[in-house]
Design a protein. Structure first.
Length: 117
């Protein structure tokens, strides 16, 4: 969300191939809780910043692709419970920002990085 908010405010972001960042995941984290919060946050970001049609498309994709288990159900419940807050703070990205980021949708759908499993 930070990146899209910066772009919306007129900032630029760039890819630097000479910059290498390694993420070392915690060995003591609660993976189930992390998945629940991750799915909820993905839904919230989608509803907070995406225009209606892309938000509905992304929501439908997540509904189809997230595991059908207790953790996912709780994540959806958390997201829906937060809907009043989301709607009160909804600020969609400007069209030019959405246009620049639309090509990422297909890549994101094909990625195995965010499968919430």
């Amino acid at each position: 969300m930070l990146a899209t908010d910066l772009l919306s405010a007129g900032w630029e972001i760039c890819y630097l191939d000479r910059l290498i960042v390694h993420h070392a995941a915690s060995r003591v984290r609660d993976a189930t809780r992390r998945r629940r919060i991750g799915l909820r946050n993905t839904l919230w970001f989608t509803w907070l910043r995406r225009p209606l049609v892309p938000a509905l498309r992304r929501t439908a994709f997540l509904a189809r692709s997230a595991p059908r288990d207790r953790t996912s159900a709780l994540a959806w419940w958390d997201a829906v419970r937060g809907l009043p807050w989301v709607l009160a703070h909804r600020r969609t990205r400007p069209r030019e920002v959405e246009t620049r980021l639309e090509p990422l949708d297909a890549t994101q759908r094909a990625s195995t990085a965010r499968r919430y499993v």
